[in-house]
Ligand binder design. Structure first.
Ligand SMILES: [Zn+2]
Length: 364
């Protein structure tokens, strides 16, 4: 099939066939998965989407080279088809990579992402556990006062600029069937660059916080938050969701890197349950009510702190491990109540997951 297409299309013939073969294979794989999901009668939300056709003019280039399609020699990346690039290495590769994906992002930078087996850098045990609840006012509320993360407000300063570029794009929008003007493309590039900047700021804050949390605790009980990007939601809600998404991803990745246990807790009723006696209020608390008062046992706590504690209880972790001010030397490994299973409702994080290392490469 590919041979025929290459015989017919000159621009296809110019490139190496290794990444093209991979594109065909990826397409086949995702199509087969989509068909399998339809056949299995999964609800649409859980189905894998059918792969869409891309236009060469609009799609961003992405090429995957498997084991035989690339070689690393003297710090240079040799790709099939006689292409040699000298990447700007962000860090040493921990192991021999099994494949590499070379792609261009919306800003126009070229990247090479290598797939290497994950290496776990075990941190010393602390004997402490933490519960984490996500929110709008404060990105993360935890059972430890030192580890709360206020909403960093990235994007607030950029919002004005972004609005300007989006207005420019709207004004210069090409008519149907017409090629985009240079001005439109420029505005689009500016907007993409700004988006990238905000995303990087978010990631930076998230990683620093995640490192601190992971270093200080053996086990994490985290609300399994899934943002719903509704068209109706406010800008503040969208920004908060994006911040939570980046923070949760960084936390899970950091925990895996350092061999910590992550329990993802289903968010249902976490604001209505009492963390002490387990009683559930009859009605959801209005958002304006900032204190949780239990009618059954009389305990009163800030609302988000109660939720963070509920995470711990739901994950089967001992809340006493969160209250201790100073970490005691761990008495032979992890501190856990006997008889409580360490099963995680959302599935723990497998330490065998592969990790991707991202590296920028100069434009070829
Ligand atoms: Zn109670």
């Amino acid at each position: 099939m590919l041979t025929e297409a290459r015989a017919r299309t000159p621009w296809l013939r110019e490139g190496a066939c290794v990444p093209q073969q991979q594109v065909v294979r990826d397409f086949g794989k995702s199509r087969a998965k989509a068909l399998r999901d339809i056949k299995a009668g999964l609800p649409i939300r859980q189905r894998a989407g059918m792969p869409k056709c891309k236009r060469k003019r609009e799609a961003l280039p992405t090429l995957e080279y498997t084991r035989r399609g690339f070689r690393l020699k003297a710090g240079r990346l040799h790709l099939a088809g006689g292409i040699v690039v000298r990447p700007v290495w962000s860090r040493e590769l921990p192991k021999t990579p099994s494949s590499v994906r070379v792609y261009r992002d919306a800003v126009g930078h070229w990247w090479a992402s290598f797939v290497v087996p994950a290496v776990i850098e075990q941190l010393p045990a602390t004997g402490r556990v933490i519960g984490i609840d996500w929110g709008v006012g404060q990105t993360a509320t935890t059972t430890s006062d030192d580890h709360d993360l206020p909403h960093p407000q990235h994007g607030r300063t950029a919002a004005q600029k972004l609005a300007r570029y989006q207005r420019m794009m709207a004004r210069r929008k090409p008519k149907r069937g017409q090629a985009a003007s240079n001005g439109y493309r420029e505005a689009k590039r500016h907007a993409a660059k700004l988006h990238k900047k905000i995303a990087r700021q978010r990631q930076d804050t998230a990683r620093k916080w995640a490192k601190k949390v992971v270093r200080g605790h053996d086990a994490l009980a985290v609300e399994d938050f899934r943002p719903k990007f509704l068209a109706k939601s406010t800008m503040a809600r969208k920004a908060a969701d994006a911040a939570i998404g980046a923070t949760k991803a960084a936390l899970v990745e950091m925990a895996r890197k350092h061999g910590r246990m992550v329990h993802l807790v289903h968010p249902a009723h976490t604001t209505m349950d009492c963390a002490d006696c387990g009683a559930r209020t009859k009605h959801a608390l209005p958002l304006s009510e900032r204190t949780y008062m239990c009618t059954a046992c009389g305990v009163s706590r800030p609302r988000d702190k109660n939720s963070a504690r509920v995470m711990l209880v739901r994950a089967g972790l001992d809340p006493a491990g969160a209250d201790r001010a100073r970490p005691a030397p761990p008495p032979g490994g992890r501190r856990r109540e006997p008889g409580i299973p360490l099963a995680s409702p959302g599935g723990g994080v497998k330490p065998t997951d592969r990790r991707r290392a991202w590296r920028p490469v100069p434009r070829p």
